[in-house]
Ligand binder design. Sequence first.
Ligand code: SAH
Ligand code: SF4
Length: 345
Amino acid sequence: MTKRISFYELTLQDLTEFLQDLGQPTFRARQLWQNAYKRLLDNPEEMTDIPRDLQRRISETVTFTSLEIRATARSDDGSTEKVLFALPDDQLIEAVLMRYQRRKTVCISTQVGCAMGCVFCATGQMGLERNLTPGEIVEQVIYFARYLANENQRMTNLVIMGMGEPFHNYQATMQAIKNLNDPTGFKFGARRITISTIGIVPMIKQFAQENNQVNLAVSLHAATDELRSALVPINRRYPLDELIPSCKEYVQQTSRRLTFEWALVHDVNDGLDQAQSLVKLIQGLNCHVNLIPLNPTQGYAGRATSRERVKSFHDFLTKHKIPCTIRMRQGVDIHAGCGQLATEK
Ligand code: SAH
Ligand code: SF4
């Protein structure tokens, strides 16, 4: 049998053309789209509004499950679940579901590994294997949507903060968002999606033009070039005097508030000197700072900042009128925390 195409690679337009090629009327595309994205069906035989012979043709040529579940893990407190998926070429990626009060947030990957090499990040430590396709990005979400639907639950938020740098796989990520956002299908609101970037300046500028209401987070981690370049090598290419103006441009263009992320490493970037430089850098910008105590990874010796130092960093920002929150650590016992995704078996 020839290789089946993955349904989630297709745009609605692609699907329409695909069905036209099979001699089908155009309304079939919409039916199939809704079976896949609204009813979350993965078996054409259950698509009762599709004629039998077409069901069979679809089964032969299309797959709705191209990701294979290799392993799952649940944190001790039950709040976090991590899934290890094998892609059709046997590469591995991870995605995470986090439950916090009424929120059900899904965190997905955009690449196998990452080329950016941030020193404290497990994904960065493994290097880049390849980009994910749009369908591979979408299907992680569909997996959790099906999973939650079994419990009569729904995903409330989507964060594109798993393995990889989404702005280093820009087109595929944007297509995935478009498919998930489509009002006739999955209809997931753009305002409930957040995309996190390490700060690839030209793509921040392009993203600002998309006009799609998706939230942006920029991983800053340091407020001076010397320190930032040591932690985040891409800073040498896009230093702060280019990055911060591009963030300002984004806020101006979109009228949206931007989030800065800051992983706090003990005695590295958690001092008040950095907090002070940060205030100078972003004062007056419509933004919000998210402080994340470092999660441990094998390839980095740095430690998480102590509670007291997190608090004094936080208080310093607050005192200078920079809105700031401390992110809950979730799933660290199953290596599902920020920066811990690296598909170790
Ligand atoms: N590549 C994108 C998105 C994936 S990383 C980015 O870097 O923004 C998601 C977030 O986790 C980023 O803010 C990243 O800096 C942070 N992170 C990476 N490693 C971490 C670690 N060991 N502890 C805490 N946060 C980490
Ligand atoms: Fe890549 Fe983000 Fe990890 Fe940096 S922090 S290596 S950009 S995934």
